[in-house]
Ligand binder design. Sequence first.
Ligand code: G1P
Length: 296
Amino acid sequence: MTLGKPVTKAVIPAAGLGTRFLPATKAMPKEMLPVVDRPAIQYVVEEAVRAGLTDLLMITGRQKRALEDHFDREPHLERTLELKGDLDRLDAVRHASRLGPLHYVRQGDPKGLGHAVLCARQHVGDEPFAVLLGDDLIDERDELLSTMIEVQARTGGSVIALIEVDPTEISAYGCADVSPVEGQDHVRVNCLVEKPSIADAPSNLAVIGRYVLHPAVFDVLEETRPGRGGEIQLTDALQTLASSDCEGGGVYGVVFKGRRYDTGDKLSYLKAVISIASERVEFGEELKAWMKAFVS
Ligand code: G1P
């Protein structure tokens, strides 16, 4: 019986090849691309920690060693900074290694997001767990993951995060058809489609990269055949769970209205860096003034 077990585990898929950022990602994982002064993946790990998740599992692959190094101690660098009295930087360097414990599993073949989640099965066991995708950054001032964890505890099913997008953008996302649930701030998911065309999309509600899943998803993923792009899609497994009455069946959605930044492609990555940088106290105002002058 898994209902009522607290969510303590986060799964962070980070095995993707990062082809959209080549050649920058030829020898460096895309998750290490800096967003101002922290790698994108650190924002995601920090979000999981803020939501109270204490056991973090990263799904990595070939050429991803920089991720493990980033979240590990770096005694030589720490000693150098300490001797110089550069305590702010020392703190920043140590902070990344204190977010853990982080665990790592390798996804040998990049067979899709559903397959990456399946690689977490042994570590997660029979408990509900969160999945955080690195391409989506959620502004730390806005609440999402804790709300999703509460909804999972209330419903006993799986929970996805949704945003409203312009209908022309829906083909870049999983798309959900939902119904309101009386007296609740979450919705019930009736059906999910991975990256539909505008014509086939059941709504303009797009799935973003935060999930709180019932472990029943693992059995479903084992049976899920390759879908869109020849990959095992998490969306397809959730579609099966949405219409299932078995234990762990039922998918619910939290519609997020806060600030979300997409670092998944070059243009949206640049927008994310600029939005986040323009809110930094040290130079945000100066940057905004410069941007105004630059565009005029
Ligand atoms: C994945 C999911 C998709 C979701 C998206 C959110 O797609 O398959 O359903 O909408 O993440 O970022 P990807 O962007 O990895 O192709």
